[in-house]
Design a binder for this molecule. Structure first.
Ligand code: UDX
Length: 436
């Protein structure tokens, strides 16, 4: 025992961006590394702080104090000094029984990658989006003027067209190029490697190209939610579990699950067309109507259109937050109408659920294009959200002639590949961390 007390453990310090789609994969990675013997410290912002009681008691959570701007350039600027101070103080305190082996920082947080590197701490960048997104993001500055060729395939980025490239609303192109340039620089100058929440079975060719283009070790460690078997709910909101009993009362593959994730907002007009499209389709549905999801409607749960509740009482269920992974695993779910956030996309892939895609911003167009044109496991809801078109798209995916084929590909090909993904990459990542 006495000998063990003097053993030095290796500690990793993680820093997620404070958004649901970024926190979950970072903490899933933390659980996997912890299970392989590494000690875990999570530095986090006060905004959207993770709840320590939902994670292993051995995890240490350290808030860093910053004023929180939502825009990524400003967020990077605001985080840099507090992250540096927190990491430096961990290095001073940790000397007795723990070495900080490395920092794992969200790949969008170039300022923290740089700060870790400057402090002499090896830093790994965690990409919480896909390999295809990472590549198309780095290619953006060279393609920014392709406006007139929006529908052409982009060489070396097929099946993407210029219109599928990353989009950040409210950010001008120069600012976006500046942000991407900083991410690229930090990746090359400050990161000791890149860790990506994807797996060979779905992105082999993109991963090979990253290997070719980026002279940094890369680790495809996904699907993280599956490999980490995270039993702990990492959601920032409490899910309404009543919808699972509601699903129990439905036949297999009969219900459409509708959710646009944790950030995307739609106009009131689009929201109403979505509602009436669901009504006209006649398909049973479970719809996540999140507080704040309608632009300009404040942080309240948006009111449903007049007469809608009566219309769908018998075959619709509305919740403000769902236990999404359990919902997607439920036999009653036939398809997922999604914004194609990367976590939602991976979760759907892993359950073999076909998708109706409605990408809204950022990487969602890239993911949507993969769903429809690379994997063939989904259909588009259409550029214009209008109730007649919505109803048509919903019925086509749920019960139309092509539905069985799409479902077959989702179920027999993609889901099988996902369940064949192994944690070998995690083992090689741990080995790499130990060597740093
Ligand atoms: C954000 C960006 O929008 C997205 O483009 C990027 O890929 C990741 O960050 P977000 O909107 O949060 O993503 O979507 P997504 O990545 O799909 O993550 C949402 C998470 O919330 C999923 O893990 C999903 O299971 C969970 N969720 C969502 C719930 O648990 N319940 C819900 O009701 C809705």
């Amino acid at each position: 025992m006495a000998g063990q007390e003097h053993q030095r453990r290796q500690r990793i310090v993680l820093f997620p961006l404070p958004f649901q789609g970024h926190i979950s994969p970072m903490l899933q990675l933390a659980a996997l590394l912890h299970a392989r013997g590494l000690a875990v410290t999570v530095l986090h912002t006060g905004f959207n702080a993770p709840d320590p009681t939902r994670h292993p008691t051995e995890f240490t959570f350290v808030p860093i104090h910053e004023s929180f701007p939502a825009e990524l350039l400003a967020l990077n600027a605001a985080c840099e000094a507090p992250f540096r101070e927190s990491l430096a103080s961990l290095l001073l305190r940790g000397g007795q029984d723990q070495d900080v082996a490395c920092a794992v920082v969200d790949g969008q947080c170039y300022s923290a990658l740089r700060a870790a590197h400057q402090l002499g701490v090896p830093a790994l960048a965690l990409r919480t989006d896909s390999a295809a997104t990472f590549r198309s993001m780095l290619a953006y500055p060279r393609l920014r003027d392709a406006e007139e060729r929006l529908d052409e395939l982009v060489p070396d980025l097929e099946p993407h067209r210029a219109r599928d490239l990353i989009r950040v609303d409210g950010s001008d192109t120069d600012a976006l190029c500046g942000f991407i340039g900083s991410v690229d620089d930090a990746m090359r100058a400050s990161a000791s490697g890149v860790v990506i929440n994807t797996f060979e079975g779905i992105e082999a060719s993109e991963l090979a190209k990253i290997q070719r283009d980026l002279s940094r070790p890369k680790f495809a460690v996904g699907p993280l939610h599956l490999l980490s078997q995270a039993s702990v709910e990492q959601g920032l909101h409490a899910p309404d579990r009543g919808c699972l009993a509601w699903l129990d009362a439905h036949p297999p593959r009969s219900v459409l699950y509708v959710s646009l994730g944790s950030v995307a907002c739609v106009d009131r007009g689009v929201f109403e067309e979505m509602a009436w499209g669901l009504a006209v389709s006649g398909v049973p549905f479970l719809w996540v109507v999140r507080p704040g999801m309608v632009s300009g409607g404040g942080e309240e749960v948006p009111p449903l259109p007049d007469g809608f509740s009566e219309e769908i009482r018998s075959r619709g269920k509305i919740v403000s937050w769902a236990p999404q992974r359990e919902v997607l695993a439920h036999a009653a779910i036939g398809a997922f109408w999604t914004h194609c956030g990367w976590n939602s996309t991976l979760e759907s892939v892993c359950e073999g659920v076909p998708m109706l895609v409605q990408p809204c911003f950022a990487d969602q167009m890239v993911n949507a294009r993969y769903v429809t044109h690379e994997w063939g496991v989904g259909m588009e809801v259409g550029e214009e959200i209008e109730k007649g078109r919505v109803a048509k798209a919903v019925t086509k995916l749920m019960v139309g002639e092509d539905a069985a084929q799409v479902r077959g590909r989702a179920h027999h090909r993609l889901q099988k590949q996902a369940s064949a993904a192994t944690s070998l990459s995690i083992a090689s990542l741990v080995h790499y961390i130990s060597s740093l």
